[in-house]
Design a protein around this ligand. Structure first.
Ligand code: ADP
Ligand code: MG
Length: 270
């Protein structure tokens, strides 16, 4: 997708201003992102962390070509976001699983392939592979409502991987889950990342989750949304439950917490 020198994702001085109208007709401008610069290499696991409203989802939506920046430019593997979208270069996992209840697990994972006109044999083979990757091969004939929240989110991860994209965007995918389920899914996601060599850009507002998963953590602050700091996570791999108890884990978590505080707005903002 890209050569060894150029980054996979390049965000160059990107700003995003939403223009809306108040009920009284007054024009409103929200600076959701201001002069963001970020380069992400192939194979990285990047977390975007920050309080609500600091522009995390906006940044993902810009990368995914769901919205276009007010200024600045974005490159994905040497393509524009639009070209990358058309080439199915990435998968997108939303906060809510957004599965169709009347389709089986397998039917849900096959849906994007169906829309793109893949033949049945191809659809089935890909969906089976992806379900195995997230450990749900035994549940392919179940319906989403028969699964737990964590399992549903694994189905949506499998669906996002259906086109075998190199790049995966995940917007607070485990935010609605209980702590234990979330920690288990964190472990699984790390395994999937290591096994597949994908590049993952992951939004969270949990500091432990960001530290545990990431190669680097991008700390964002609100009003206007900007990148405050990028923290390198030098914890060794493979990571496991003991990783969370290591002194280095706490040092990095503290660095992120202080940087969130420095940018203001974290405490009392949620
Ligand atoms: P986060 O994901 O970090 O919580 P968002 O990227 O969703 O933040 O939002 C950043 C800011 O932009 C917030 O102030 C939000 O209210 C505003 N915003 C987001 N989407 C829109 C939109 N479609 N129209 C107007 N304002 C928006
Ligand atoms: Mg968001």
């Amino acid at each position: 997708m890209t050569n060894a020198i150029s980054p996979l994702v390049a965000v160059n001085d990107v700003s995003m201003i939403y223009r809306t109208r108040a009920p009284n007709g007054e024009a409103l401008e929200t600076v959701a992102l201001k002069n963001a610069n970020l380069e992400i290499n192939q194979g990285e696991f990047i977390s975007l962390i920050g309080p609500s409203g600091c522009g995390k989802t906006t940044l993902l939506r810009l990368l995914a070509d769901l919205i276009q920046p007010t200024s600045g430019s974005i490159g994905i593997g040497g393509k524009t976001p639009q070209q990358a979208r058309e080439a199915r270069a990435y998968g997108y996992v939303f906060q809510a699983p957004a599965l169709f209840d009347w389709r089986t697990v397998m039917g849900n994972v096959m849906l994007p392939l169906e829309i793109m006109g893949y033949n049945l044999a191809d659809r089935k083979a890909r969906a089976e592979n992806m379900l195995a990757l997230v450990g749900l091969e035994k549940f392919s004939k179940n319906f989403p409502w028969q699964l737990s929240g964590g399992m549903q989110q694994r189905v949506s991860i499998a669906r996002a991987l259906a086109f075998e994209p190199q790049l995966l965007f995940m917007d607070e995918p485990f935010g609605a889950l209980d702590e234990i389920t979330r920690e288990n899914l964190n472990l699984e996601l790390l395994r999937l990342w290591r096994e597949t060599g994908k590049t993952i850009i992951f939004v969270t507002h949990s500091i432990p989750e960001a530290v545990f998963l990431s190669t680097r953590v991008v700390v964002m602050t609100p009003r206007p949304g900007k990148i405050e700091k990028i923290v390198n996570v030098d914890l060794p791999h493979p990571r496991d439950f003991d990783t969370r108890e290591s002194p280095r884990f706490f040092e990095i978590a503290t660095e992120i917490r202080e940087s969130l505080r420095h940018g203001h707005g974290y405490e009392g903002n949620e």
